[in-house]
Design a protein around this ligand. Structure first.
Ligand SMILES: Cc1cc2nc3c(=O)[nH]c(=O)nc-3n(C[C@H](O)[C@H](O)[C@H](O)COP(=O)(O)O)c2cc1C
Ligand code: SF4
Length: 389
């Protein structure tokens, strides 16, 4: 992993040797986009938070370590093996935007990582890398906050609600967290991997990062490869890597399909394995679930539909009702109880949920279902004669 070769402390030293605005400029020049899934440009996010009005001078840095997407486990590996790079990236962000406080929101199931993270924080304080006067005029410290097991709390505004001690439900946006985030103050929320690569960008320079990947998707990306492969695990590839190449590396070349992006992603059939993992083609926060030739894909559709019906926070109707209706639809398809009109209605329902749900959970919940209907009608028991809509 490239991150293993990044010298500890080099990124923070490089950051502190220049004014905060130049650190932001470096992040912008790297072209980096967030590694949590949505792919928002990281430098721009930091700039917006740095420039947002902060009436009482407070700003926050939040590390999203909720990692609830089914099929994603690269953040867990980073926190276990490269916690210092993540904490260093948070500190760099704090310096860049003028924050004094960082919070790491840790997925409930990762509670076993808390003690080692607290040890890393203690050591960093002892080394003067956190706490008072990390640099002249720059105080910064980090706390770990435990999640409680809800997928929706990975959505950044629900995460902030949870951090403030309320029920984790997505907020209305705008205002976005960079303008009004934690306790109403400008807040940068970034993924674990984003902070680790930010450290690498400062340590090695933005040109190095931008020279990897494609024009619109710069840098390396960690992929959590799981499912029907000989060698599951966390892999690093330049963004823009063809799906077929990931399958070759992991030993899954006989795959029938890959779910790229987890439950919120989409199902890519073998005929499209030449497509690339990138923001301009098939985007993913890291999940890469391989489905072998013997998989019955209606099982996948039902599993994903159950997940969303369970995890919908219930705040808005398209998602609260739609996720249950989609699950019911998958079960009726399996039982052979769907007419061509029913299938057309399910497609329309999915399109409506995408358009009208309040947050990314509901908007992405029909993705796997709709892609399976499109590419695998036989597995999905779509009755013959169903017209496309
Ligand atoms: C339902 C839902 C769950 C999410 N879960 C995560 C998560 O576990 N980790 C994460 O980094 N981002 C997650 N996100 C995306 C965050 O809202 C946000 O875009 C991200 O933390 C920003 O970081 P980045 O710019 O570094 O990618 C989730 C979004 C949604 C809609
Ligand atoms: S889309 Fe779903 S998870 Fe998001 S606010 Fe609406 S009900 Fe809650």
């Amino acid at each position: 992993m490239t991150l293993s070769a990044v010298e500890a402390g080099a990124g923070l030293r490089a950051a502190l040797s220049r004014p905060p605005a130049e650190v932001v400029d470096q992040m912008v020049a790297s072209g980096m986009r967030g590694r949590g899934g949505a792919g928002f440009p990281t430098g721009l996010k930091w700039r917006l938070a740095a420039e947002a009005d902060a009436p009482d001078g407070r700003r926050y840095v939040v590390c999203n370590a909720d990692e609830g997407e089914p099929g994603t486990f690269k953040d867990r590996v980073l926190l276990a093996k490269h916690a210092d790079l993540v904490l260093e990236g948070m500190t760099i962000a704090g310096y860049a935007i003028g924050a004094r406080e960082g919070l790491l929101y840790l997925r409930a199931e990762y509670v076993y990582l808390r003690d080692s993270l607290l040890d890393s924080l203690r050591e960093r304080r002892e080394q003067g890398l956190l706490g008072r006067e990390v640099a002249p005029g720059f105080d910064f410290d980090i706390r770990v906050h435990m999640g409680a097991g809800a997928y929706v709390c990975g959505e950044e505004s629900a995460l902030l609600e949870s951090l403030e001690g309320r029920r984790g439900e997505p907020r209305d946006r705008p205002p976005y967290p960079v303008v009004r985030g934690l306790h109403g103050a400008p807040t940068v929320v970034n993924n674990v991997e984003t902070f680790a690569w930010a450290t690498a960008v400062l340590a090695r320079g933005p040109e190095w990062f931008a020279s990897i990947g494609t024009h619109r998707s710069t840098g390396p990306k960690l992929l959590s490869v799981s499912g029907d492969v000989a060698r599951p695990g966390v892999y690093e590839f330049p963004l823009g890597v063809p799906i077929a190449e990931v399958l070759r590396a992991a030993g899954g070349t006989d795959a029938k399909a890959v779910v790229v992006g987890g439950a919120a992603g989409s199902c890519v059939p073998a005929s499209e394995f030449g497509r690339t993992v990138s923001y301009e083609d098939v985007a993913t926060g890291g999940a890469f679930i391989v489905l072998g030739p013997d998989r019955d894909l209606i099982d996948v559709a039902e599993n994903v539909a159950e997940f969303f019906a369970d995890e919908s926070c219930g705040q808005c109707a398209p998602c609260r009702l739609g996720t249950v209706a989609l699950l019911d639809g998958v079960r009726r398809l399996r039982a052979g109880n769907c007419t061509p009109d029913d299938v057309a209605r399910l497609r329309r329902l999915g399109a409506t949920m995408r358009l009208t749900s309040k947050c990314g959970l509901g908007q992405s919940s029909p993705n796997v279902f709709l892609s399976l209907l499109e590419h695998f009608p036989a597995d999905m028991r779509v009755p013959v004669g169903t017209g496309g809509e």
